[in-house]
Ligand binder design. Structure first.
Ligand SMILES: *Cc1c(COP(=O)(O)O)cnc(C)c1O
Length: 381
């Protein structure tokens, strides 16, 4: 494992991640929602934090044994690292049914969106002479429009088929909310009511229902069944609603992002910098160069964003390039001075929410975009 100083010395960058914060967030969210089971969503490399790192940490410390990813490749990778019998890995995204034999072999439980999908999966299993049983979660589409049964008849046909087919077993039934983190109860309540209407009466045990994403667990715990919660964002310690709604529990950011000033120089009055020469010094000023760019996931739209140096706010000057940026320095500082992009430095803090707000996006998009050019480093706090 890379140590922070070594990562900064060699690469000038480190994506710091805290197990303590991750465990704290999982605990407080489960307690607040009253959840008995946590399906930890670790798709897209654990929202950038490292899928296996997240899974291992939650399993070893809290005995969490349900994880959800989006793709077959992600599932296979997590399965390799987590071979334990009791570990369940759910595939949330739409999948090609012809890969059902691989799913059985790796014990991956896909979300099935239609009877047709189930039929194709079973055909693939039959053709490949696979002996094992495919665990499936049935999706109900109540308003995301991505996949799932849209009526009770459709869902009932899927349930009947799974119950009678020896190659399938029913692991769960789920839906996904489109507006859980918004102050828009109308759409949310309609989705919930539709789910209840479709699922009730089919005899699926309640401990197989999983509906609540982060927004539901935080803002709708009294509306929605939360025995099982299927959450991502909250685990990573940020508010899925950003500044629109206050968090009801204290979450701790798992990730911070720091770098090093590898160059410090004086920009003379009238001199410009970076592509397009969009920034011109109004007076002589100190500036610093850091080896981070949009190829690392520091998106170009973040040009002009604040960073922290010695507890003070500085700014990214001119355009973010592929591999390097230049920042303002209110005074001359030594080479190798630490720069904080996300995190705390003294009294100042830049949160992922602030960065997302500046970039007109959401924290998920930024976190999943930090590339593997940035070393991931574990920190104690
Ligand atoms: C990504 C995803 C989640 C997790 O959402 P958060 O808002 O990060 O908690 C849950 N369920 C499904 C189906 C998803 O695609």
């Amino acid at each position: 494992m890379t140590d922070q100083n070594e990562a900064l010395r060699r690469r000038g960058l480190a994506f710091l991640r805290s197990k303590k914060a991750l465990i704290h967030n999982a605990k407080v969210t489960m307690a607040y929602a009253g959840a008995k089971r946590l399906i930890a969503v670790i798709k897209a490399n654990g929202y950038g934090h490292g899928d296996v790192w997240v899974a291992r940490t939650l399993y070893d410390n809290l005995h969490v044994h349900d994880f959800a990813v989006a793709t077959l490749a992600e599932g296979e990778r997590v399965r390799q690292a987590m071979p334990e019998e009791e570990v369940q890995i759910v595939l949330l995204g739409v999948q090609p049914a012809e890969f059902a034999p691989e799913m059985v072999a790796q014990r991956l439980a896909p979300v099935a969106g239609s009877l047709d999908w189930l039929l194709r999966a079973v055909a693939a299993l039959t053709q490949s002479d696979t002996n094992g049983v495919l665990s499936v979660h049935l999706a109900v589409d109540t308003g995301m429009g991505r996949l799932g049964a849209k009526s009770q008849e459709e869902l009932a046909a899927m349930v009947d088929f799974v119950r009678t087919c020896p190659k399938l077993s029913l692991a769960g039934v789920m839906t996904h909310f489109a507006t859980a983190d918004e102050d828009n109860p109308g759409y949310y309540c309609q989705q919930l009511a539709d789910f209840m209407k479709m699922v009730t009466g089919l005899g699926i045990e309640k401990d197989k229902w999983h509906l609540a994403n982060s927004g539901s667990a935080l803002f709708h715990r009294d509306d929605v069944p939360t025995d099982n919660i299927r959450v991502g964002s909250v685990l990573y310690g940020y508010n899925p609603a950003m500044q629109d709604r206050a968090l009801p529990v204290e979450l701790k950011p798992v990730a911070s992002l720091v770098g090093r000033l590898w160059g410090v120089h004086l920009l003379k009055k009238g001199e410009s910098l970076s592509y397009g020469a969009t920034y011109t010094a109004k007076k002589d000023q100190w500036v610093g160069t850091i080896p981070i760019g949009y190829a690392d996931g520091l998106k170009r739209v973040l040009s002009g964003m604040s960073v922290l140096v010695n507890g003070k706010r500085e700014k990214i000057l001119g355009r973010i390039t592929m591999d390097q940026i230049v920042i303002s320095l209110s005074e001359r500082v030594p080479i190798n001075t630490q720069v904080t992009f996300i995190g705390r430095d003294g009294e100042e803090e830049i949160t992922i929410e602030e960065m997302a707000d500046f970039g007109h996006t959401i924290p998920h998009e930024l976190l999943t975009g930090f590339s593997d050019r940035i070393p991931r480093v574990d920190v104690a706090e």
